[in-house]
Design a protein. Sequence first.
Length: 151
Amino acid sequence: MEVENIYPVTEPVGSEQDAPVSNMEMLSDIFFKEEARRLKEACRFEKDEDDFDYLNHQLQSVKNLLVGLKLPWIQIAPILYRCMAVYLQRPDQHVSNMKVRYLSTQLMDGVLLLSQNGRLINDLLMFFDRQLKDIQRLREEKCEEMENVRL
């Protein structure tokens, strides 16, 4: 007994490779615009500043911070701990002792994590490089569109 195909198999119209690329570009554009809007809203910056310029500046700042993290953290840990100890000697009345202990523990955990994870920092730097290149490409496309509109 043969099974009949009730629904015919048809080829999709258009190229399958073209559609995902344009969808990915559109999603990338939407992602960067939304991320820039959220950052601007959270930091209360000027509304007239270009979203891509603002996001580019923020990503560049974080990338510069990550480059600065490539330090010998194990050697710097005693200095950071001493700074925290000095802070503990002059406590802020608005901060509880439990919070101060928690913050000092979190500081030391962060220092140890960064000292042992150079690969994590490198991966983050590569990620930010890709995002900065994507933003630069989107800014160039936006400038080209503006020039085409003027013509």
